[in-house]
Design a protein around this ligand. Sequence first.
Ligand SMILES: [Zn+2]
Length: 439
Amino acid sequence: MQHDYQILQPGWIVTVNSDFEVLRDCAVVIEDNRIHSLTSIDEVRQLPCYARARVIDLPDHVLLPGLVNSHTHASMTLLRGIADDLPLMDWLSNHIWPAEARWVDAGFAADGFRLAAAEMIRSGTTCMNDMYFFPDEVARCAQQIGMRVVVGLIVLDFPSVWARNADEYLHKALAVHDEIRGYGLVDSALAPHAPYTVSDEPLRQIAMYSNELDLPVHIHLHETRAEVDEAQNKNGQRPLQRLDQLNLLNPSLIAVHMTELNEFEIERIAEAGVNVAHCPESNLKLASGICPLTTLLDKGVNVCLGTDGAASNNDLDMFGEMRTAALLAKGSSGDASACNARQAIEMATINGARALGMADRIGSIEIGKCADLIAINLAELNTQPVYDPVAQIVYAAASRQVSDVWIDGVAQLRNHEFCHLDANKIVTMAASWEKKIES
Ligand SMILES: [Zn+2]
């Protein structure tokens, strides 16, 4: 078989390997969809594949592993700006859930996903952990676009356009999991929405299926103090304790938000190997609380970063999340060394890959991994001079400086232009939904 080679020659490579090596004057050789080798720019010309490779010079650019958005609801991007400046439960119960009941169908899920995927690719995200209705539709769109996705197999107690009750959600979850087995870019996770929307019996079954099928469990957890207080009044227990009794606290769990945690709970999740998906901008916008990031990192908890849906953020920009996470950790702990630039980048790349059980495939620039890569052009006023490319990425760069994106070796963005997606068509589609929903 004839192999396809691409050779990228960036100014810097931030590998995000275990030593967090930053390489100068080094080329990345991509063979088909994999990282084949890392070679000094002087020696790369001697490689036998060099003559027939596409060589891409990126002298002012830093190459980074593609960003992993560890918590989002991609299709909800069509509801961006429908209700703002409200607390979580008012926003959900009186605005989002009624709008979803009226508008969500397979077409909405597909169109919303396309809008989100385009925004994410343009801002350097190459993999997302999604949770929404019609995961089958999302999986098909992702495969077609070439976006890497972990689709959330959503489970709720209450009826929606996707299923009538918990049994049907679970039945459909397993059916979608089977259907997408052959999709190279799509994985799945069990996605019970939250402890307050899913009862014990389906959660028990989810724990069992997660164990049997080796699937992550993606759940909103301890998002606000009100959630924890209400659970305590209703069941006499905090949600985390309830999930512990249901055998859900283990390295497969991706607990999203976690703003309300006591010392005992932090010890418990550290010991159990639970992953935390921190969504600082969504938490700040809904005034949900502040995740104790510094303590979690100190205790060795694997913390990754997510944007949450665009209806509560209101963008899908992981550069914004890295910077906000770092600044919020410093401000809330009174310690300027809290969440340094390296940790912010790790949370947005390898920690997300680890939470999703994909660290052997993505999350760093290492030989054998999938070529999910992004190039950021630092030759702009706001990122000069470059003493430290790592600090520039977190504290100074804007996502519009992402010039090139590869997912599984396929170029999705070259010199700021989409290779396959049609941005104008997507904008027209989004505007037509706005007209329909507003009327
Ligand atoms: Zn969410």
